[in-house]
Design a protein around this ligand. Structure first.
Ligand SMILES: *[C@@H]1O[C@H](CO)[C@@H](O)[C@H](O)[C@H]1NC(C)=O
Ligand SMILES: *[C@@H]1O[C@H](CO)[C@@H](O)[C@H](O)[C@H]1NC(C)=O
Ligand SMILES: *[C@@H]1O[C@H](CO)[C@@H](O)[C@H](O)[C@H]1NC(C)=O
Ligand SMILES: *[C@@H]1O[C@H](CO)[C@@H](O)[C@H](O)[C@H]1NC(C)=O
Ligand SMILES: *[C@@H]1O[C@H](CO)[C@@H](O)[C@H](O)[C@H]1NC(C)=O
Length: 496
């Protein structure tokens, strides 16, 4: 490779010591009514733009006739003691090959381990059947050349690089936890599922560019919570959501509602969840991630005294929302005021104690009654209500009391604030890329939502999604393990 360009994925894993992670997951298949098209001969190299042009016509038509919205069935939980990530099942290629991929709004690209991958795990502690993509087993796969427009666009956002020796469009990503992956781009068919009411239908396809990883390093080689790859939902040109939107297949907006209970899963749709009460804040412009303008944090109406520079957006400071991060990370200057604010608010009714540097509380009644809601106040008067279950994690019980600890971590030496799954769960989150804004609302994600996708003809299409009745991908309950040691150590945030 002529140049190593590192993309930053702000995804941090929680490191455990002396904790065995176990989860039992049962994954049901999805209805498979697939219309496959053998549009091009085996492995012939075709320009992606050519495929895109060909498909745009077909899919523009196809989607008009749908009643449903494109959705991805979700599994997994935020709970670092059971799964600690949300993932979906995707099908790519002809015939379709099945992959489990982590939902990550902190990176752009969809990639899966390829058959030649060195370091990719082959088994998963999540009881998932791992798979590797074999381009030569898919009649619709073709590699993407350096000269392809998608490749040069991707280079601008560090999502692609050119291997001029064999004219192949490649990538190399280094993630926030220091792990990494590299490989080359492939163009192939993604089988999309649409959801209407409580039923999934799988009868449309789109040709997309995605990564075929030939190497994994760091935590991405570990099998304890391994999946086949990562599904980046970022806003740069090579993300699947951007590709589908530019092909006119889906709107430039997607939404999720991650269930915070032990069942996990939730809703992930390409469209806008509409619900009264959703508040929006503008995205900070020209940022690689979903950066928001956090202005203050308040507890019981009192604004915490935090230097406003802690919230400024620059290369290594600012606030992002990232479904690929399990917990939440606060800028260094905001951390102590945040923890002290909570401790002061509950000092009358609980016993605060420090455990390995983490602030914990021994309580005998419900956290919801004792602990305050914390308000994260963003630009445009948009407040995010962070409930006790969004910032505390239950540890073991001591006698008749239970021990809850602050789950937020301090980003040492950084002024980065990252709101991960523990905060994003139990909320509708709307990523409205078209209008460059993010919306949210505290919500019970086991109930139904309405989704709006405006078609290109300007008509507003509303679809009622009743996920309460959807065949859940994670139908079994994950065993919650009692942890004997408090051993949550935030991994170092490496910003390269
Ligand atoms: C997709 O499948 C559903 C249910 O099988 C059917 O009603 C619908 O007409 C199909 N749509 C297309 C475009 O084939
Ligand atoms: C905290 O916020 C949640 C969600 O908005 C709400 O249901 C709850 O009543 C609030 N609790 C308090 C003490 O205000
Ligand atoms: C935010 O709310 C305050 C108080 O309700 C109001 O005075 C102010 O104009 C609002 N700002 C914006 C940008 O809406
Ligand atoms: C969806 O929209 C319909 C019509 O506006 C409304 O009656 C219904 O309550 C909404 N459902 C949800 C879950 O918001
Ligand atoms: C759909 O159209 C309505 C009205 O024009 C607009 O307010 C809304 O933001 C649009 N939604 C999407 C997903 O583009």
């Amino acid at each position: 490779m002529p140049a190593y360009i590192s993309a930053i994925r702000i995804s941090i894993w929680v490191i455990f010591s002396g904790v065995i992670l176990q989860a039992s997951m049962v994954l049901c298949g999805f209805p498979t009514t697939l219309n496959l098209h053998r549009a091009f001969p085996n492995n012939q190299r075709v320009e992606l733009s050519q495929l895109v042009a060909r498909d745009r016509v077909r899919h523009g038509r196809l989607l008009q006739s749908f009643n449903g919205v494109v959705g991805f069935p979700l599994s997994g939980t935020y709970d670092p003691y059971s799964v600690g990530l949300y993932y979906t099942e995707i099908k790519i290629g002809t015939p379709p090959q099945v992959f489990y991929v982590q939902i990550d709004t902190g990176s752009d690209v969809l990639w899966v381990g390829c058959n030649s991958c060195s370091g990719c795990p082959t088994s998963s502690g999540l009881q998932l059947q791992l798979n590797s993509f074999n381009p030569s087993s898919s009649s619709s796969a073709s590699t993407i050349s350096c000269s392809d427009k998608a490749c040069s666009l991707g280079t601008q956002s560090s999502d692609s690089l050119c291997d001029s020796q064999n004219n192949q469009c490649g990538y190399q990503f280094t993630y926030g936890d220091g792990s990494g992956t590299s490989g080359y781009y492939v163009s192939d068919i993604l089988h999309l599922e649409t959801v209407t009411g409580s039923s999934w239908t799988s009868n449309t396809t789109a040709t997309i560019a995605f990564g075929c990883s030939t190497q994994a390093t760091g935590d991405l080689t570990k099998s304890d919570r391994a999946v086949d790859g990562i599904f980046g939902f970022g806003q740069q040109s090579l993300s699947v959501v951007s590709q589908l939107a530019s092909q006119g297949i889906t709107p430039q907006v997607f939404s999720h509602c991650l269930r915070g209970d032990s069942t996990g899963g939730g809703i992930l749709v390409l469209g806008e969840i509409v619900e009264p009460g959703i508040v929006y804040t503008p995205l900070v412009q020209s940022q690689p991630h979903y950066n928001l303008d956090l202005q203050s944090i308040s507890i019981n109406g009192q604004t915490l005294s935090i230097d406003s520079s802690a919230f400024a957006t620059s290369t290594n400071s600012g606030t992002i929302i990232d479904s690929g991060t399990t917990l939440a990370y606060l800028a260094e200057a905001a951390y102590d005021p945040f923890v002290n604010g909570i401790t002061n608010a509950v000092s009358d009714s609980v016993n605060p104690l420090l455990s390995k540097g983490t602030q914990c509380y021994l309580i005998t009644s419900s956290v919801d009654q004792i602990f305050p809601n914390v308000s994260f106040n963003f630009a445009n008067n948009a407040s995010m209500i962070v409930t006790p279950r969004d910032y505390l994690l239950q540890q073991n019980s001591i006698g008749g009391a239970s021990l809850w600890c602050i789950a937020f971590q301090k980003t040492d030496g950084q002024e980065m604030t990252i709101l991960g799954d523990i905060v994003l769960k139990d909320k509708i989150i709307v990523y409205d890329v078209a209008h460059q804004r993010i919306g949210w609302l505290n919500y019970d994600c086991s109930s139904s939502v309405n989704v709006s996708t405006n078609s290109s003809t300007g008509t507003n299409k509303n679809t009622y999604i009743n996920t309460g009745q959807l065949p859940s991908s994670s139908s079994s309950v994950n065993t919650h393990h009692m942890i004997s040691h408090i051993a949550i150590i935030g991994a170092l945030l490496l910003l390269l």
